[in-house]
Design a protein around this ligand. Structure first.
Ligand code: N01
Length: 537
């Protein structure tokens, strides 16, 4: 049900019905605002709707990776495992939508193609790909950071006689690889999760690895009910604690000790304990200089390399799987369940796509510069046009002005990662320039949305209808984001954080990595100072 332009404008239009869009709908509706959500997919859930590949699972523990806004919700929901699987998280999201009666304001199967701001009327008009229009005073982009899947532009892909898939566009009914010769292209988080499971079905699995990645054991297990109960009892303190951390996860305070202050034996014991505990946040939060000092970082990198050598029987395969081109943690750390051990199977071959790159897809399979691999199916786990892809796909502009995509040619320009100078009344949830992707996402979604809601309530209470980030505030913020990133090891990695996986994308480190606690303080200070850095009218 789209509105015609003559219908009374909404207060807020939200693009995207993932975890971000759903919470924004709930929160803004709670302020008495008229809100409508447009979602391209045929169902809600965003990331968890699209990424249905085998083994898809969250890498943050379920007890943390959940909404905190309703204590009833977090008390009543029962997570069956330590880490949520894709179907389980989607079931949770569906439950939230029903429990808070969200569906009546969500329009599915509707891709937003265009957003125009009329500076005289202070109104956004959004147009769907089907040409319908809706008007709203404010627009919230909850379009996600990993929502524009990227299949490399391989020659011959359309002539491939078998079936091919992308991890982020996986068929809802699943894929049966039993008895098939399968290729997985990529060795990022998605590939590392799907490879052990596909290996169990395929007659032969070829993994095309261009860059070896660090992966840590998830140590997944059924939920310990006593642990769950004690977690639920301490939720208020846990959530509060998470807000002051680096990554938005409780139990991992900002570290103060240097890795180089302690003996090699003490470090090794700590890394062993973290390995046994499972998860990535423990490593990322273990020492103050882990992500800052190459020497400190190398101690952990070498520990993990040793583990790889211990897990993979064939020394040549182990060597190929050993990452050496980036400090550990500067690319998203992968979590796995039996990833390295999978290479001990007779039906699995690791293909070095660095020394012999993929040249083309043939009707029968994949040809590298060395030889052709005949396969029946290809799973591309080749990532996303991250952080800016979904926003750039929408033609967003102020009437008569440049498109957002054009004004971001040199990299995303935001103020606080929440707003864009030159684009009034537009908000982004977990956007570039915010800590979103470097945090427990639901934590950041809630913090960003709460900030936006407070801002809209402030405007309403003061009889204002427009907010716009000042250009100088945006420039200072982007410089600050870069300065913080450049004081760390993050920019050394060719990651999607710097857009390295998209040819031609400017190399800018996009997330804000001062930690969610510091970021929250900055956002709160801006609001407390009467929305410093913004023009309000
Ligand atoms: O994508 P990626 P992803 N030839 O960009 C390779 C989140 N996530 O979908 O490194 C050969 O990390 C590419 O190689 P290289 C998480 O934040 C979370 O796996 O560019 N290979 C790389 O190996 C994650 O970081 C979870 O040399 C090519 C891979 O494809 C983010 O999503 C699970 C190639 C892409 O890796 C993205 O992860 C899944 C080519 N032409 C995802 N082009 C959890 O919560 C690309 N590659 C656990």
């Amino acid at each position: 049900m789209a509105q015609s332009e003559t219908v009374r404008p909404l207060d807020v239009v939200i693009v995207g019905a993932g975890l971000g869009g759903l919470y924004a709908l709930h929160k803004l509706r709670g302020l008495g605002m008229t809100v409508r959500v447009f979602e391209a997919g045929s169902g809600i859930g965003g990331t968890w709707f699209w990424n249905r590949y085998p083994g898809a699972r969250c890498d943050i523990e379920s007890m943390e990776y959940s909404y905190s806004f309703s204590d009833e919700l977090q008390q009543e929901w029962k997570w069956p495992e330590r880490y949520g699987t894709q179907p389980e998280i989607l079931r949770y999201i569906e439950h939230v939508a029903d429990r808070f009666d969200l569906r009546r304001d969500i329009q599915l199967n509707t891709r937003i193609a265009e957003a125009r701001f009329d500076p005289d009327a202070n109104l956004w008009t959004l147009r769907t790909a089907a040409g319908e229009a809706v008007q709203a005073r404010f627009c919230v982009m909850a379009t996600g950071n990993l929502s524009t899947p990227r299949v490399p532009d391989f020659k011959g892909i359309h002539d491939f006689k078998g079936d091919w898939y992308h991890s982020g566009l996986w068929p809802a009914d699943g894929v049966d690889f039993t008895g098939k010769r399968v290729a997985v292209v990529g060795t990022g988080s998605s590939a590392i999760q799907m490879i052990p499971l596909i290996a169990q079905q395929a007659s032969h699995l070829y993994v095309f690895q261009r860059t070896a990645n660090f992966s840590l054991p998830a140590q997944n297990r059924p939920m310990d009910r006593q642990y769950e109960q004690s977690f639920k009892q301490s939720y208020p303190q846990r959530r509060q604690e998470a807000r002051q951390t680096g990554f938005g996860v409780s139990g991992y305070p900002v570290p103060t000790q240097s890795a180089l202050e302690v003996s090699a034996e003490e470090r090794r014991q700590k890394y062993e304990a973290l390995w046994a505990r499972g998860g990535s946040i423990g490593f990322l939060s273990c020492y103050s200089d882990f992500l800052v000092n190459p020497e400190a970082n190398e101690t952990a990198a070498e520990f993990v390399r040793d583990k790889i050598r211990g897990l993979v029987r064939d020394p040549a395969v182990a060597e190929l799987l050993t990452p050496r081109d980036h400090p550990i943690g500067t690319k998203r750390l992968c979590l796995d369940s039996g990833y390295y051990e999978t290479y001990n199977r007779d039906n699995v071959t690791l293909v070095d796509a660095r020394s012999a790159p993929i040249q083309e897809i043939t009707p029968a399979g994949i040809r590298t510069s060395e030889r052709e691999y005949a396969v029946d199916a290809i799973a591309f786990a080749t990532g996303f046009d991250a952080m800016t892809g979904a926003l750039r796909e929408i033609d967003i502009r102020v009437e008569g002005g440049p498109a957002l995509a054009d004004s971001w040619q040199g990299g995303p320009q935001t103020y606080l990662g929440l707003t864009v100078p030159g684009f009034p009344n537009l908000f982004i949830i977990t956007g570039p320039g915010s800590p979103g992707v470097k945090s427990q996402m639901i934590h950041s979604i809630e913090q960003h949305t709460d900030w936006v809601a407070d801002c809209l309530a402030h405007l309403r209470d003061h009889g204002l209808s427009r907010i716009e980030a000042r250009p100088d505030a945006g420039e200072e913020w982007v410089a600050h984001v870069n300065e913080v990133a450049n004081s760390t090891l993050y920019p050394l990695a060719n990651s999607w954080y710097v857009g390295a996986n998209i040819p031609g994308k400017p190399r800018i480190f996009m997330p804000y990595v001062a930690g969610v606690g510091v970021y929250r303080q900055k956002c709160d200070q801006v609001a407390a100072a009467g929305y410093e850095g913004f023009e309000l009218s």
